[in-house]
Design a protein around this ligand. Structure first.
Ligand SMILES: Nc1ncnc2c1ncn2[C@@H]1O[C@H](COP(=O)(O)OP(=O)(O)OP(=O)(O)O)[C@@H](O)[C@H]1O
Ligand SMILES: [Mg+2]
Length: 243
């Protein structure tokens, strides 16, 4: 089966510095890929490149065999690729239900935020994400864990085939991480392919099948969680010898 996502030798420079350098990898349909690397390794930049917030200077990105690079973010969402943000970005003046509904409108462009069918589907998503009893709450009243769930709920509202999660566990307690992990597995069970960026490696390794490790924008390792956690270049990158 052809890969759902193919990243082909992409580079992205800021000034003279390569935030992503000659990076290639492929993702199979239904896979959950972990993307790891120290701060500044280029993980969020890669998400920005896949989702059209940035363009690669070199290389190509293919989703379901078609080129993505150069398309506007909303066109890429319409193709079925959605990301969450490292820092959740809900609309502060809208409650949870409205936040999900607005994301759905953004994808379909068909109906207004208060369309009954839209609200029904949005409520289903709040149920899936464990936020059903919070639909009338504003984001500012949510716990960190529920904010992360809302971020995932907003992404699910676009019916993604490929979901990119940027640090879904950041700032959460162990109990909250367990809840988000369960949610991720549930979404995966519905056939959504995923890439997950995380610094909480132990928790990440439990839910991913394969891992790509970046350092200074370059792929330094790729393999199973077991292979990656014992990989000398990964260990070196995380310990940061600094010389
Ligand atoms: N818009 C930008 N303009 C200039 N430099 C940028 C920009 N975006 C990212 N960078 C630089 O690119 C490099 C990679 O940043 P990126 O945010 O992708 O790292 P990251 O792996 O997501 O790190 P973290 O784990 O801290 O989130 C960094 O050196 C960063 O300063
Ligand atoms: Mg980042």
């Amino acid at each position: 089966m052809p890969p759902i996502l193919k990243v082909a030798n992409i580079s992205r420079f800021f000034g003279g510095v390569a935030a992503i350098s000659e990076l290639s990898f492929a993702l199979s349909t239904g896979e959950i890929l972990g993307l790891i690397g120290p701060n500044g390794a280029g993980k969020t930049t890669l998400f920005n490149l896949i989702t059209g917030f940035l363009r690669p200077n070199l290389g190509e990105i293919y989703f379901q065999g078609r080129r993505l690079a150069g398309l506007k973010p909303h066109k890429i969402v319409a193709r079925g690729v959605t990301r969450t943000f490292q820092i959740p970005k809900p609309f502060g003046s809208l409650n949870c239900l409205e936040n999900v509904a607005v994301s759905m409108v953004a994808k379909t462009g068909l109906a207004r935020r208060h369309d009954p069918e839209m609200l029904r589907r949005s409520r289903l998503i709040l149920e899936t994400t464990g936020l059903a009893d919070k639909e009338g709450m504003l984001p500012e009243a949510l716990t960190q864990g529920d904010l992360k769930k809302l971020e995932i709920a907003r992404a699910l509202a676009t019916s993604p085939h490929l979901l990119l999660l940027d640090e879904p566990f950041a700032g959460l307690t162990n109990a909250e991480i367990a809840g988000i992990s369960q949610l991720i597995e549930q979404v995966h069970g519905r056939g959504v392919t995923m890439i997950i960026v995380e610094h909480r490696l132990r928790e990440l390794m439990r839910i991913v099948q394969r891992v790509v490790a970046l350092d200074f924008g370059e792929k330094i390792a790729e393999g199973t969680p077991q292979e990656i956690t014992s990989h000398p270049r990964v260990i070196e990158a995380y310990l940061g010898t600094g010389d």
